[in-house]
Ligand binder design. Structure first.
Ligand SMILES: [Zn+2]
Length: 272
């Protein structure tokens, strides 16, 4: 069996002190990737994907959060369990044979590795329909035998793009920040006040400047929350000062081009 390293970036997580059981889930989404689930869970305010493994319908197995950390998949049962999620929605769908075979291998591997035999459904420990009535639980939970495992890097970059630390805030920095803060990833900072464009030449590309925007940017709002600024979703001198304070830069309330503070922001992103 091959485990694909997903190369995702996480917030802080604690180590799991013991591993007593495996808990099985479905994604409750017919088609999704490990990156999708990672983004959804970041949107919940979690450190990242809550499951330790993600099994796709094509039988590929992806690593989720690091195996030795406490998951976020079954409330009250995370401290001593490993969570596996299966792509699909098994209240209505039937699991493809390749996915079932991969799930069996993964369960057998983890049982051996940790010397454990307990496998549960999410619904065995929480009030939920997960992993669905069509989920082939007894087949997967009953899997045993020795399985050899290799790991391979993700085919893509996961969500870890290394940014050029050049002091310009364009679409690439926006994309990376959107991944880190769990907002929609499109490389665009929407709904910003036009009057701040020319004062901040470092904000270069992917910024939607409007003379009187009716909306706001969810990314800027998330950053404002992080740096302790008023959460209105608009960049301006107060928000920029708060970002500068957070990053330990000179607090002049604007981003020159290139900006030493944007460079620090890029460095921060590259450390996440
Ligand atoms: Zn579940």
């Amino acid at each position: 069996m091959k485990i694909i390293e997903s190369n995702l970036s996480f917030g802080s997580m604690s180590r799991r002190s013991r591993t007593r059981r495996i808990i099985l889930h479905h994604a409750e989404a017919s088609s999704c990737t490990v990156q999708d689930v990672h983004r959804w869970h970041k949107n919940n305010g979690w450190a990242g994907i809550g499951y330790h493994f993600f099994v796709r319908k094509d039988g590929s197995v992806y690593r989720g959060r690091p195996e030795g950390t406490v998951g976020a998949h079954a409330s009250g049962s995370n401290s001593d369990s490993i969570g596996i999620c299966f792509e699909g929605t098994y209240m209505t769908e039937t699991m493809p044979a390749t996915q079932k075979a991969a799930g069996k291998e993964l369960v057998a591997y983890l049982k051996n590795k940790y010397g454990i035999g307990i496998v549960q459904r999410h619904c065995d420990v929480c009030a939920t329909s997960c992993p669905g009535t069509n989920f082939p639980f007894s087949d997967i939970a009953g899997a045993s035998g020795s399985v050899s495992v290799t790991t391979t890097p993700s085919e893509g970059d996961g969500d870890k793009t290394i940014l050029k630390e050049d002091g310009w805030w364009g679409p690439k920095l926006t994309t990376r920040l959107q991944q880190i803060f769990g907002t929609t990833v499109d490389g665009v900072v929407s709904n910003q006040f036009l009057c701040y464009r020319d004062k901040n030449p470092g904000l270069d590309g992917g910024w939607k400047w409007i003379s009187n925007p009716s909306g706001y940017s969810p990314l800027i709002k998330a950053i404002q929350k992080k740096v302790g600024a008023k959460q209105d979703g608009h960049i301006g001198p107060a928000t920029i000062k708060a970002i500068q304070k957070w990053l330990g830069c000179v607090q002049d309330g604007c981003f020159s081009g290139p900006s030493p503070c944007i460079k620090k922001l890029q460095e921060w992103c590259n450390r996440q």
